[in-house]
Design a binder for this molecule. Structure first.
Ligand code: ATP
Length: 346
């Protein structure tokens, strides 16, 4: 019997953080032929110098080769520009889901093919059986919501060494290994990797954010002023004036063209149905009952789904407050992720 094909090759995405470092180490210990990849994604000044060096240090420690790919143009086209455009349209973007599809589980897969890697691994907290994704065991770290848009054909090639582990244990493990202590103590990466402070600070370099406009009530009466529509997301209740208001008011809708926001009471935010576009489903069923998360870190609510021509018509069985167009709607059958789409209207 031939022996040379028995050891499987894994390409692991290495960001220089503790999660991907420990992932590479675990895969190596499991006997895989491991190589690492550092991707230059966004163009935040000074970022890659620090993180590429950390990834190299991690690769050296684990004893694996580290490849480096400059994907800044692709990232800019597929993730960053849509992020700016979506805010400019008065919607709320989800850049991580786009990055996961195009870059981390898109470009990275192409690179894995180039070097003949059987599998692709990352330090994401999520699980897969090759057919579906499942929520991670550490529900405080679960990242499945952001992976709903990953192409189903590559699931059989994905490995997530941390899916059944707790973040706190990963840090403890790194802290206990001589040479990896510094990975355990370095700061957590921010929620959106290319945003340093606030998203509006970043947007200001590309579009006119601070442009005062009118606040309207549901009947179209002008009742106050706002700082510029891009400052707001559906459901936000601060940062605008409403004359004579005693109760809190919430943003109900955003009109980018007229630079207006419409505000109302909490009950006016209640949403009972959504339409999704650009679906990515891991099931072939066209009509089903399931649960849906309409933003990250919220409870999934029961719903009925009808799929027609790459759109999903979702009837919510409980009202959800503060549903933003542009965000991801992700379907879960208990812990199993069965796909999702982008909120077009509600
Ligand atoms: N620039 C990059 N190059 C290669 N892989 C990356 C890069 N950024 C992230 N990844 C991969 O995606 C995974 C999840 O990325 P995320 O940005 O959520 O980081 P994280 O949870 O802080 O993980 P880490 O501690 O490894 O940075 C990482 O663990 C890593 O495997």
């Amino acid at each position: 019997m031939k022996k040379e094909n028995l050891v499987k090759k894994v390409l692991v995405g290495m960001s220089g953080g503790v999660d991907s470092t420990v992932s590479a180490l675990l895969l190596k210990e499991q006997g895989y032929d491991v190589e690492g990849l550092y991707m230059k994604l966004h163009s935040k000044p000074g970022y890659h110098e620090i993180n590429q060096a950390r990834a190299q240090k991690a690769a050296d420690f684990v004893g694996i080769k580290l490849h480096v790919l400059d994907l800044q143009d692709t990232f800019n086209r597929e993730v960053f520009q849509p992020f700016i455009d979506t805010y400019a349209e008065g919607k709320t973007p989800n850049p991580c889901a786009l990055c996961n599809r195009s870059l981390k589980f898109g470009e990275m897969v192409k690179f894995a093919d180039k070097i003949g890697a059987d599998y692709i691994a990352t330090g994401h907290y999520i699980k897969t059986d090759g057919k579906y994704f499942y929520e991670a065991d550490d529900d405080t770290k679960d990242q499945s919501y952001f992976l709903f848009y990953v192409d189903r054909t590559i699931l059989p090639r994905l490995l997530f060494p941390l899916g059944e582990r707790k973040k706190s244990d990963i840090k403890k493990l790194a802290a206990s290994i001589e040479g990896l202590e510094s990975f355990a103590s370095q700061g957590e990466s921010s929620e959106i990797c290319f945003v340093d402070t606030t998203y509006t600070d970043l947007l200001k370099d590309y579009v006119e954010v601070d442009k005062m406009g009118e606040v309207l009530d549901k009947d179209g009466n002008v009742v106050g002023e706002h700082k510029g529509y891009m400052h707001y997301t559906i459901g936000k209740r601060k940062g605008f004036t409403v004359r004579g208001a005693h109760d809190p008011h919430y943003v109900l809708s955003i009109d980018a063209e007229k630079n207006r926001i419409v505000v109302g009471k909490k009950e006016d935010l209640a949403c009972s149905s959504v339409v999704l576009n650009n679906l990515n489903l891991y099931t072939d069923e066209k009509e089903f009952d399931t649960t849906v998360k309409l933003r990250y870190r919220t409870r999934a609510v029961p719903c009925h789904v009808k799929v027609k021509e790459n759109k999903a018509y979702v009837t919510l069985k409980e009202s959800v407050f503060g549903v933003a167009t542009g965000q991801a709607a992700v379907f879960y059958d208990d812990k199993k992720l069965i796909g999702g789409g982008w909120i077009e209207e509600n």
